[in-house]
Design a binder for this molecule. Sequence first.
Ligand SMILES: [Zn+2]
Length: 100
Amino acid sequence: MGIMIGVIVLAAVGVSVVAMNLSMKKKGYDIPGRSIVQCSQGHYFRTLWIEGGSLKAVRLGPMKRAQRCPVCHKFRIIVPIAEAQQTDEIRAEAQRNSLE
Ligand SMILES: [Zn+2]
């Protein structure tokens, strides 16, 4: 009985993670994927962003997390930048700053 409940909970979490990522994609974000993000100091870089599952970032809720910025080398609040908001300058800067 306990195992069944565990399996059901795991399945529900899996479905909601997939749904979250699909809705981000629809909103014009490169999520899941290597999204362009902006640190709280204004630096742009690309990082792997999978909504609902992260390995090296601290999740602060959807669309917000704390991660080490490769430009200022500090933990910063970072937010993803939607494709519609990305200019050539932003893309170029993100490309230069991405170490991954
Ligand atoms: Zn920065």
